[in-house]
Ligand binder design. Structure first.
Ligand code: SIN
Ligand code: FE2
Length: 199
């Protein structure tokens, strides 16, 4: 049993839908190349990230924030329709997301426990889509100190973090590299869509 507001749509995307979304995300990555950013503390993340939408998520020594432009000064590419269709199907939210954050996990990449709290819009859910290699997703409660549990996210799975689970601590322990044939070079893509309010 998952906590209220954390909803797994296992196998939401069939093979054709995964391939279609993947090719749309390749366009995003062409227009806005993923980068391994630095955390506030100056450590380089193992996951490479980029964004699509009105705002993109960035991290550097100044901290975590949303920016209307890429470091190159270009606007972020639009959120692909295939991703917006998933948002409409599972979010229960009227407005479209402002940001699609695209994460690429190569061999050995992981993501430490964190909360998604740079959005100032905690009434709107975060919708997360997994493609490629399986990932061990870990989640806890609203306090960092709470006990955590984990389960595996597979290619085509869609996870909603909303309601009382919008601000849960979560992360990715590891991926099982090379298990999925979806990405030519192996690895995993995760995209999260978010509503962002400034200020
Ligand atoms: C994230 O929390 O930003 C990523 C979660 C995931 O990769 O499944
Ligand atoms: Fe997150």
């Amino acid at each position: 049993m998952l906590p209220e507001g954390l909803v797994l749509h296992h196998g939401h995307l069939d093979a054709a839908a995964q391939a279609g979304l993947l090719s749309a995300l390749r366009e995003v990555a062409r227009a806005a190349p993923p980068r391994r950013m630095e955390t506030r503390g100056g450590r380089r993340m193992s996951v490479a990230m980029t964004s699509a939408g009105r705002l993109g998520w960035v991290s550097d020594a100044k901290g975590y924030r949303y920016e209307p432009r890429q470091p190159s000064d270009a606007l972020w590419p639009p959120i692909p329709e295939a991703a917006l269709a998933i948002w409409r199907a599972v979010s229960g939210w009227k407005e479209p997301p402002d940001c699609l954050l695209l994460n690429h996990y190569g061999e050995g990449a992981r993501m430490g426990l964190h909360q998604d709290r740079d959005e100032n819009a905690f009434d709107a859910p975060v919708v997360s889509v997994s493609l490629g290699d399986p990932a061990r997703f870990r989640f806890g409660g609203l306090e960092r100190s709470e006990r955590t549990r984990s389960f595996e996210l597979l290619s085509g799975d869609v996870l909603v973090m909303g309601g009382p689970s919008r601000l849960i601590w979560h992360g990715v322990d590891r991926i099982r590299f090379g298990v999925s044939p979806l990405l030519d070079k192996g690895g995993r893509l995760n995209l999260t869509m978010r509503v962002v309010r400034e200020g």
